[in-house]
Design a protein around this ligand. Structure first.
Ligand code: DC
Length: 226
């Protein structure tokens, strides 16, 4: 099989991973894999069944009944297919954000999703974003980026994004949720969010999207033939 290249982008919620990764994927002609969306799909599935994301037995009992497929539309956008149903938009709520964070702490869930993520990277050049891509999923990724920004900046961006879409948004509430998710994602026992030793940290607090994309493309061009 031909060599495929992989770029891992990890970081906390709201650091801009998906926006940046999508842009990079377009520039480089790579597949973009949003791994958070896969955890969200698991959380959404369990939620529909009324299983609490903290219920270890419930999660273990029902996970086998879930089939997840990742599809890409003609614009390269990732669609999440849950037992044949496109749930791409349904998984984007604040409620599912919190539940995905809790669901992702279960070993059985991480195990099922690990092979799925690795299989995509074996078959394609990928930019994969998440929490444990550089540390666990693709420890041999050609480029590893740790994208971060202060919790306040991330909460402000998320608030503005929601307001721009005409939704209600409360900065203090969003900040609290981001801090809670940071805590859960960094303190769980399995594959917690942390910087891989060979990862390059990019703090986006004072950079705009173009600035971040440019900085990462420079790093990529030093490591991968582009
Ligand atoms: O990136 P996101 O906000 O869509 O991710 C939702 C949750 O999924 C996040 O709070 C933790 C979990 N997650 C994970 O544990 N590992 C990943 N590689 C990606 C996401």
């Amino acid at each position: 099989m031909a060599k495929t290249y992989s770029i891992a982008i990890d970081g906390p919620a709201g650091a801009g991973k998906s926006t940046i990764a999508k842009r990079l994927a377009k520039e480089l002609g790579y597949y973009y894999v949003d791994t958070g969306a896969i955890y969200r799909t698991v959380a959404y599935f369990l939620d529909l069944l009324g299983v609490s994301p903290k219920d270890v037995d419930g999660v273990e009992r029902y996970i086998d009944e879930l089939t997840i497929n990742i599809e890409y539309d003609e614009e390269g956008l990732q669609h999440m297919i849950m037992n044949g149903m496109d749930v791409t938009n349904d998984i984007r709520t604040q409620d599912i954000s919190q539940k995905a964070s809790l669901v992702s702490a279960h070993g059985v869930v991480r195990g099922v999703l690990l092979d799925m993520q690795r299989d995509v990277a074996k078959a394609h050049n990928v930019i994969m974003d998440g929490r444990d891509i550089g540390t666990v999923v693709l420890p041999k990724a050609d480029v590893k980026i740790f994208l971060t920004a202060s919790a306040e900046v991330r909460a402000r961006r998320r608030t503005d994004e929601l307001l721009a879409k005409g939704h209600k948004a409360n900065f203090d509430q969003i900040l609290k949720e981001i801090q809670q998710r940071d805590y859960q994602d960094t303190h769980r026992e399995l594959a917690p969010l942390k910087m891989a030793r060979d990862s390059i940290k990019v703090d986006t607090s004072d950079l705009d999207i173009d600035g971040v994309v440019e900085a990462i493309l420079k790093i990529v061009s030093e490591k991968i033939p582009v």
